[in-house]
Design a protein around this ligand. Structure first.
Ligand SMILES: [Ca+2]
Length: 218
């Protein structure tokens, strides 16, 4: 019995050494994109610093990474949206039909997701609206542990090149929203709250959200 016990004592750490790298390995996060659906009349898109259409970047994250934003509480600078409900931002539905998006007032507006606790984050995916070719202006995405975004604010995306929002000028490119939304890989930053700004779009002055996903480990 003693001999077996010794063998077990040796084998267990050995197995742990073999499998640890597999467990710790990072892998691309599989993002579920809705089917494309362009329903509106095409509007000419003439926007400076516009990203060329192409493949979205990949979010690389460790095993156990999930969409921490799923069904989490959403607040907004516009507490009484014109169309839809703020809960649609995290309800998992990503279609662009009526009833699937929330429309916020004109001008500078934001939505904010409370992940419930601070967690390591590896990527954010957002869909404003993909029923028509549009560019949303002044897209800024921030992460913080401060609900009011006054301290320790990390800006992870900012294409507000002329500082229209007053948050500081960014260097990211403008982009046309599609069914693949916008994928923003993060380099393992921690935070509890995600706040997303915009200020109108190429079709109208309002602001829309279909869904926001925040990938991290609980
Ligand atoms: Ca949704």
């Amino acid at each position: 019995m003693k001999k077996i016990s010794m063998q077990v004592k040796l084998i267990v750490p050995l197995l742990a050494l073999i499998f640890y790298p597999l467990q710790a390995a990072e892998a691309p996060v599989s993002i579920s994109f809705p089917p494309p659906k362009i329903i509106g009349t095409p509007v000419p898109i003439k926007v400076p610093n516009l990203e060329k259409p192409g493949k979205q970047p990949t979010i690389i994250a460790p095993a156990g990474t999930v969409n921490l934003a799923a069904n989490k509480k959403v607040t907004s600078s516009d507490a009484a949206p014109i169309i839809g409900d703020l809960s649609c931002v995290t309800d998992g539905d990503k279609l662009s039909d009526d009833g699937y998006f929330v429309e916020l007032a004109e001008g500078k507006q934001w939505v904010q997701i409370d992940l419930g606790k601070s967690s390591p984050l590896y990527g954010i995916v957002l869909w404003h609206y993909h029923g028509q070719q549009r560019v949303y202006f002044n897209v800024v995405v921030q992460v913080s542990d401060d609900e009011d975004f006054l301290t320790n604010v990390k800006t992870v995306f900012n294409n507000d090149r002329d500082n229209s929002l007053g948050l500081g000028a960014g260097t990211n490119l403008s982009y046309i929203d599609t069914n693949e939304g916008k994928v923003i890989p993060l380099n393992k930053i921690s935070g509890r709250y995600v706040r997303l700004f915009s200020k109108g779009n190429t079709s109208n002055a309002a602001n829309h959200y279909i869904e926001v996903e925040v990938y991290g480990t609980p």
